[in-house]
Design a protein around this ligand. Structure first.
Ligand SMILES: NC(=O)C1=CN([C@@H]2O[C@H](COP(=O)(O)OP(=O)(O)OC[C@H]3O[C@@H](n4cnc5c(N)ncnc54)[C@H](OP(=O)(O)O)[C@@H]3O)[C@@H](O)[C@H]2O)C=CC1
Ligand SMILES: O=C1O[C@H](COP(=O)(O)O)[C@@H](O)[C@H](O)[C@H]1O
Length: 515
């Protein structure tokens, strides 16, 4: 396997080799006919193959119930690979990728079908030089079949004569605390924690991984990273499209389970945890769990729920045929979390996520406190913004003296936009980074069982209220498709101390002529 080059400023223990799989490895994608496999898993495997990050002589096997021949599987597997036609190097790599990929059709419940899969894997392995072979099973499957598939793989496809077996599992991991505990304990009967890699793909995003470095490799950041300097924090997820055909799934889960309880809470935990002793998986995850345990369950009064309605020629949530009529499922939520520890006591962390909004954006916005008044009056607050996507960036809004013969401060910015600063670098897809970690046996960017438990403790009471388990279901407020969200949002964030700058803020350049 190709090894990462040693760079100046390398983070030492991030280079640690775990149980890295270098050869004789088969990656089996279960649910290979589905949406996730087609759009994310198989393109990520191709990306890794093309960059020579997969084990030598790797083979990929798709498995699902749908009957299809190898050509049809190849067509689907490569349909989301970009730059298909015009680059001969990509075309060659695609052909090689097809040559190493096969497909087996079978059910998820039937042991005999998994015997068939196992026979196919053994045929491949018979051609490997070593007797020690490795199998990685990737669950691109709905949660309803997680347990039978985990059981059948263990009973029919597990290599017990040496070699490594691993399972990579996608969210959702349950619907509340009890169901998550049930799911986890069912899966644990078959697969150990060490063999299990629970994906939250936000942990594979470049800017989420960057949070640890920004925070702990910069004294200047560390010094201001607490309640003494910070007024409030917003973690925002915005998508410009609605459920569009995925309403059946979505209506059962809602935006909180879809995005807040996992992706945004992961970002929050890395943003607020204490410095880990090392970059080992357990040291990082210990610190994440510690900070999450300081967060009490979310209060109803700290919650704003919304649902999009038709506007701008786009359909409302209830117009989606796959959504039950009169559903009160929230497609937008803002919730405020509080961390009861000495570093963060009193700082509101506002998690906001919505579908069918005016733009695609995920960012962390840290607003600092007001500067002492006196020599300054109504001066803008500093804000540090970490834009996770699109167009990765970190920028700090800060006040500077207006150049020239003025004694006036003006809001400006220090801007680290990745496209401009790192012109030669390709930012990896989250799934590429995570599959590579799983091949290396590095759990740092995967969700540990106790992280899940504490995450569900924070969200379960509010989810039960939304699900109507304790009485009537709350009705979300409406917001138009393509808008910034519910009109109540501005008052909601203001309540937690967020102050918009009084000065019109021109970003990224300041027009001095207009002063
Ligand atoms: N799609 C996405 O972008 C994302 C998905 N995920 C998670 O990944 C997993 C897979 O998602 P996705 O690919 O969208 O799911 P799909 O609904 O596309 O299901 C994947 C495959 O599973 C089989 N399947 C579907 N429904 C059932 C069922 N009721 N019983 C048995 N088998 C079924 C189908 O294959 P066949 O009939 O051929 O066996 C299907 O092709 C889910 O847990 C999802 O929450 C997570 C993040 C993003
Ligand atoms: O897990 C999910 O994430 C996607 C958003 O992922 P991103 O990488 O495009 O930001 C979201 O659309 C989907 O509803 C959710 O299940």
């Amino acid at each position: 396997m190709t090894r990462a080059r040693s760079l100046s400023g390398t983070i030492p223990s991030m280079e640690t080799s775990h149980d890295e799989l270098k050869d004789n490895t088969i990656i089996i994608v279960l649910g290979a006919s589905g949406d996730l496999a087609k759009k994310k898993t198989l393109p990520a495997l191709f990306g890794l193959y093309r960059q020579k990050f997969l084990p030598r002589d790797v083979k990929i096997v798709g498995y699902a119930r749908t009957k299809m021949d190898r050509d049809e599987f190849h067509k689907r597997a490569t349909s989301y690979i970009k730059n298909h036609d015009d680059d001969p190097e990509v075309a060659t790599a695609i052909q090689e990728f097809k040559d190493l990929s096969t497909y087996v059709s079978g059910s998820y419940e039937d042991g005999a079908a998994f015997d068939e899969l196992n026979r196919h894997l053994e045929e491949i392995e018979a051609r490997y030089q070593s007797k020690e072979c490795n199998r990685i099973f990737y669950f691109a499957l709905p949660p309803s079949v997680f347990v039978p598939v985990a059981k059948n793989l263990k009973e029919h496809c597990y290599i017990s004569k040496g070699g490594v077996n691993r399972v990579i599992i996608e969210k959702p991991f349950g619907k509340d605390l009890d169901s998550a505990r049930d799911l986890l304990s069912s899966l644990k009967q078959y697969w150990s924690e060490d063999e299990t890699f629970r994906i939250d793909h936000y942990l594979g995003k470049e800017m989420v991984k960057n949070l640890l470095v920004l925070r702990f490799a910069n004294v200047a950041m560390g010094a201001a990273w607490d309640k003494n300097s910070i007024s409030n924090v917003q973690i925002t997820f915005k998508e410009p499209f609605g459920t569009e055909g995925r309403g059946g799934y979505f209506d059962e889960f809602g935006i909180i389970r879809d995005v807040l309880q996992n992706h945004l809470l992961q970002v929050l935990s890395i943003l607020t945890m204490e410095r880990p002793v090392s970059f080992s998986a357990e040291d990082i995850r210990d610190e994440k769990v510690k900070v999450l345990r300081c967060i009490p369950p979310i209060e109803r009064s700290d919650t704003l729920l919304g649902q999009y309605v038709a506007a701008n020629g786009k359909p409302g949530y209830l117009d989606d045929d796959t959504v039950p009529p009169n559903s009160v499922c929230p497609t937008y939520a803002a919730t405020t979390l509080w961390i009861h520890n000495p570093r963060w006591e009193g700082v509101p962390f506002i998690l906001k996520a919505g579908k069918a909004l005016n733009e695609a954006k995920v960012e962390v916005r840290i607003q600092f406190k007001d500067v002492t008044q006196g020599i300054f009056k109504d001066i803008a607050r500093n804000e540090l913004v970490i834009r996770i996507q699109p167009s990765e960036a970190v920028y700090l809004k800060l006040n500077a003296k207006t150049p020239g013969l003025y004694t006036r401060a003006i809001p400006t910015e220090m801007d680290l936009t990745y496209k401009r600063r790192f012109t030669e670098s390709r930012i990896p897809e989250a799934y590429e980074a995570l599959i590579l970690d799983a091949l290396k046996g590095d759990h740092s960017n995967f969700v540990r069982h106790d992280e899940l438990d504490v995450a569900w403790k924070i969200f379960t009471p509010i989810l039960h209220w939304i699900d109507g388990l304790n009485g009537q279901r709350p009705r979300p407020v409406n917001y138009p498709y393509g808008s910034r969200g519910p009109k109540e949002l501005e008052a909601f964030i203001t309540k937690y101390g967020y102050k918009r700058s009084g000065e019109a803020y021109n970003w990224p350049t300041t027009n001095l002529a207009s002063l």
